[in-house]
Structure formats: structure tokens, C-alpha cells
Design a protein around this ligand. Structure first.
Ligand SMILES: Nc1ncnc2c1ncn2[C@@H]1O[C@H](COP(=O)(O)OP(=O)(O)OP(=O)(O)O)[C@@H](O)[C@H]1O
Length: 294
């Protein structure tokens, strides 16, 4: 059974003339341990989609199921990393992580808890800053704390809503690497919301475009089967990577322009920036380096 399923999900906001039909007929099935990226235009409904998985929003139609049961609210089985860090400014790095750990593991001994917190802070390379306040940290460091906090809760599913989009390319590359490393070590299931096709290709097993709304729905999936750990330099040189990237972008641009003809809503295209400099390697190893198309 898939760990997560969205079945015929539709979601609107408001009523009467101000009603916005954001998502329509969304179907998604995610297997345990998979890394899925949902890529789409700004304003197409990506956050609404992830909020339903997180239990912050509920579908008007259809159902969102975790282990076959409807999601009724947020829970420790799902860890979320947002774009805007969401750290408590009056707590140190250690205490920001501890707050989450206290909530999820109330029975853990003081010593175990301390080791647990330090392990995750170490995992994101922030041991040297463990007693610093958020205001003393750079954007990338703050986002690392968010990653450590989400992972220290040991969720089954890691939900990431454009977690790296505010960061510079180098920090972004390093954090992409760290997230994939931890995902592969801890065998988590991960859902990444991004507007960056390259990020999806480097990190995920599958990319699913969200067609822009109104009534946005999921498009055909693109299987990403590059060998892991993924070497950015090697991938950048691979003609299959270029083909795959072009196919996804072309698809997004095509559905974007079709939708614009039937809607006056404005969309911002996903990132079309050049690929990052080759420095990092991504995730666990896979047998084949063939790219599959569906
Ligand atoms: N609580 C709400 N009430 C009314 N409208 C909403 C609400 N939440 C989202 N919307 C609308 O739903 C649409 C999709 O928003 P959403 O934030 O899900 O898009 P997104 O793809 O995540 O955008 P971005 O990439 O810019 O973050 C937008 O038109 C937004 O104004």
C-alpha cells in the first residue's frame, strides 16, 4: 500500500464571485521511501497541495490518505520544512530543535534527548553554532536549523515547501546535498515542492508538474533514474539530462501558455536558470543510470 495517496482531490477558497478553484482532480500515490518533487508555476496551488498533506487544509472533494487513513490534522508522522525557516527568534539553535523533540518524544530521557538533538545539529553541520540565536545566523544556517528540527522529529514523511528558494546557489546546492543524504540514510519518504526543475532532477525519483490553475491538476510524471549519488557535473554533461530538463520545461511552458489563453490569471515561470556548478553529489546509489520517460 502506498504511504500517501491523494484521490480525486479538489480544493477551492472563498465563495460567490470571489471563489477561487485552486486544485481539481488531483491524484497522487507515493510509495514508502520515495522522493517526489512537484514542480509548478508560482500561484498554481503547490502550497495548498502540501498543506492538505500536512493537515492544515482539507479537500472539498476527494481524500488525502496516510497509510490508507484520512489525514485529520498535522502530526509527528509528517515533518515540514518551509521556505521561511519559522524558527523561534528567542531560542538558540539547540532550543529550537529541542522544542520539537520535546513534543514528539516526551518520554525520552534528558541524556538521550541531548544526544538526539546534537546528532541532528551535527548532521546539518551546525555544531559550532548550536548555542547561537537565529538572528546571529545566515539565511542558509537558519534553513539548516529548520532541516535539523524537522528531521529530529523523525517523521515518516518529510514535506518541503520550497525550502531552499530564498538561498544563494552555493548554499542551496550544499543543502540539497545534505537533505538527500539524510533522506537516503534515514530511508524517509520525501515530497519536495519547488519551482526549480533542476532541483527536482537533482534530488527526486520522480518529478510531477502541477498544471497551472484555475483548477490546477497534476500532469504526467517524469521518472528521474540517474545513478545516486548524483554528481552534478556528470549530470550536466549527460544528454539525457538535457533532454529530460527540456521535456519538463517545454511541458510546463506549453500548459502555461494554454492556460493563459483561457484565464487572465498571471503566472511566473519556474526557474530557468543555468544549472549549478558541479561540486556536490546527491543521495544513495541506484543500479541504472538510464532516464525513463513516461
Ligand atoms: N487561504 C486562502 N484563501 C484564499 N485563497 C487562497 C488561500 N490560500 C491560497 N489561496 C489562493 O490559491 C492559489 C494558490 O496558492 P498557493 O499558495 O497554493 O500557490 P503556490 O503554487 O504555492 O504559489 P507560490 O509558488 O507563489 O508560493 C492562489 O491564487 C492563492 O491566492
Amino acid at each position: 500500500m502506498p504511504i500517501l495517496e491523494l484521490k480525486n482531490v479538489s480544493k477551492s477558497f472563498g465563495s460567490g464571485p470571489s471563489r477561487v478553484d485552486v486544485l481539481s482532480d488531483i491524484n497522487l500515490s507515493v510509495e514508502d521511501g520515495e522522493f517526489v518533487a512537484i514542480v509548478g508555476f508560482s500561484g498554481s496551488g503547490k502550497t495548498t497541495l502540501i498543506n492538505m498533506v500536512n493537515g492544515l487544509e482539507f479537500p472539498d472533494k476527494g481524500e488525502v490518505l496516510l497509510h490508507g487513513k484520512p489525514i485529520t490534522g498535522p502530526g509527528p508522522d509528517r515533518g515540514v520544512i518551509f521556505q521561511n525557516y519559522s524558527l523561534l527568534p528567542w531560542l538558540t539553535v539547540y532550543k529550537n530543535v529541542k522544542l520539537a523533540v520535546d513534543e514528539v518524544f516526551p518520554k525520552m530521557s534528558k541524556k538521550e534527548k541531548d544526544q538526539h538533538i546534537r546528532k541532528y545539529v551535527e548532521m546539518v553541520n551546525l555544531s559550532h553554532a548550536i548555542d547561537k540565536m537565529p538572528k546571529e545566523l545566515s539565511g542558509g544556517m537558519r534553513q539548516r536549523v529548520s532541516v535539523a528540527r524537522a528531521l529530529a522529529m523523525n517523521p515518516e514523511v518529510l514535506l518541503m515547501d520550497e525550502p531552499l528558494s530564498a538561498l544563494d546557489a552555493l548554499t542551496r546546492g550544499t543543502l540539497q546535498e545534505e537533505i538527500v543524504k539524510i533522506w537516503s540514510q534515514d530511508q524517509k519518504t520525501a515530497i519536495l515542492i519547488t519551482n526549480d526543475v533542476d532541483e527536482g532532477i537533482l534530488m527526486a525519483d520522480r518529478i510531477i508538474p502541477l498544471k497551472p490553475g484555475p483548477k490546477a491538476t497534476l500532469g504526467p510524471e517524469f521518472k528521474i533514474d540517474f545513478e545516486r549519488p548524483r554528481d552534478v557535473t556528470e549530470i550536466n554533461k549527460d544528454p539525457q539530462y538535457k533532454r529530460l530538463r527540456n521535456d519538463i520545461l517545454e511541458y510546463l511552458i506549453e500548459v502555461g501558455s494554454t492556460r493563459r489563453q483561457v484565464s487572465d490569471q498571471k503566472y511566473i515561470l519556474p526557474d530557468l536558470k543555468p544549472t549549478m556548478p558541479g561540486r556536490v553529489r546527491f543521495g544513495k546509489k541506484k543500479k541504472s543510470n538510464k532516464v525513463k520517460y513516461f
